[in-house]
Design a protein. Structure first.
Length: 81
């Protein structure tokens, strides 16, 4: 959202308690559907294209079952994410 002219997360943005009113609008590059509701189609297409998740080099041997991450594998990600 855009809060008083600055883009940010509304849940984390501090608003001055002494201010009489704050202006909250959708992000400027998003198409507005209604009020603060925006069209997320382009966002999800871009998200899917970059594939921001971990991938295995080899497919898991257990089809359809959850593959748990070991503590050793998790330690490899420290400092990256």
């Amino acid at each position: 959202m855009n809060i008083d002219g600055c883009n940010g997360l509304v849940c984390l943005t501090k608003i001055e308690s002494e201010s009489s009113a704050s202006m909250i609008t959708p992000l400027p590059h998003m198409f507005v559907i209604k009020d603060l509701v925006v069209d997320m189609t382009n966002f999800y297409n871009q998200y899917k294209s970059i594939e921001p998740w971990l991938k295995r080099k080899n497919p898991p041997e257990t089809k359809g079952k959850e593959v748990l991450q070991s503590k050793k594998d998790r330690a490899k990600l420290d400092g990256i994410i």
